[in-house]
Design a protein around this ligand. Structure first.
Ligand SMILES: [Zn+2]
Length: 340
């Protein structure tokens, strides 16, 4: 990796050149996707769905490998399993099940989603791809659900590793305040309405991240204890919620009222994460509160952790995750519920 020079200082990596400007990152452009024929897009998804058989269909119902291939009058590609006679498509039983759009559009959506490093507004996505806002919204959340699948069961840290934990409040209609006393006031008042939630993130320095959503930082203790391995040095700010972690971990505390980095203690990685999530909230998604806050938090974590992965590889991973994922937990029956 000649074009990236990394120097190590107090455990942090500083990149001499912004990775997104390097040639290696630009491996999947929208132009590439739109030059593809529908058949080529189908081949991409077949390879991602059935990597073990080089794209040859495997029946999702019985695992049979002998399927008859045909097209519906609409041109949609279908298979019929010769063993169990069930009909299926490339996306049957996946996150993109019962897709109504050409696969090329799904690939374009993934490319746009990965290429927009600060997070993509689904309103902009709907305009880019000529979709309804609702279709883009659901598609965006399915991609977030795919990203989240990579975090399932994740544990971080261990002997010799350092992790940072921090929390930040999201949701409601109050603009985040800068002053400490305002912050506290707002938390308390919003606590009572229950609209504001705290996103707590664990970030292993030089490793991966794991966010979760709670009513308060204090409610996150068990989550941290079960996802941060013993032996990890844990950095946290002065919030009393983290005091209980001293029993299990070696802790480094930083009082942000006094300094941002002191005696090796800091939460810069965690704050980098929150600035990304905050940008997504402000710039693109408006109010990312409510049931989808966790998904936005997971998207931001995925993007932070993948920030040096070429965007073509990112797109490949999202497609793989989506095709290996069962139909959406969040959006199963979404259209039916909408219609009702
Ligand atoms: Zn079958």
């Amino acid at each position: 990796m000649a074009y990236i020079s990394v120097r190590e200082t107090d455990g942090y990596d500083y990149m001499a050149q912004h990775f997104l400007l390097s040639r290696r990152a630009k491996t999947l452009s929208l132009a590439t996707v739109f030059r593809m024929s529908d058949a080529e897009a189908e081949t991409v998804f077949r390879d991602v769905r059935w990597p073990d058989t080089d794209g040859a269909p495997v029946c999702p119902a019985c695992g049979g490998m002998d399927a008859y291939e045909f097209r519906r009058a609409s041109g949609a590609l279908r298979f019929e399993c010769r063993a169990c006679r069930k009909e299926f498509s490339i996306t049957s039983g996946t996150l993109f099940a019962s897709h109504k759009l050409p696969l090329r559009i799904y690939l374009a959506a993934i490319a746009i989603f990965c290429n927009e490093v600060k997070g993509k507004s689904m309103l902009a996505m709907s305009r880019d791809l000529g979709l309804s806002y609702k279709a883009a919204f659901v598609l965006g959340h399915k991609m977030r659900e795919a990203m989240a699948a990579e975090m399932r069961g994740r544990t971080l840290g261990g002997e010799g590793s350092t992790a940072e934990i921090d929390g930040a409040y999201f949701g409601g209609y109050v603009k985040p305040a800068n002053l400490r006393e305002n912050r506290v006031d707002r938390r308390l008042s919003e606590h009572r309405t229950g609209k504001r939630k705290v996103v707590v993130v664990i970030r292993e320095r030089g490793g991966d991240s794991l966010p979760a959503v709670f009513k308060s930082e204090a409610a996150a203790t068990n989550f941290i204890r079960s996802h941060v391995r013993p032996g990890t040095i844990v950095n946290a700010d002065e919030a009393t919620a983290w005091d209980r972690l001293h029993a299990k971990y070696e802790m480094k505390r930083i009082n942000h009222g006094e300094a941002y980095s002191f005696d090796g203690a800091c939460t810069n990685w965690a704050e980098e994460y929150f600035s990304r999530l905050r940008r997504a909230e402000m710039g693109h998604h408006h109010h990312i509160s409510g049931p989808y806050l966790l998904r936005y938090a997971q998207e931001a974590a995925w993007r932070e952790d993948s920030r040096r992965v070429a965007n073509g590889e990112q797109a490949q991973r999202v497609a793989q995750l989506a095709m290996a994922h069962k139909p959406s937990v969040d959006f199963t029956g979404y259209w039916q519920r909408r219609a009702a």
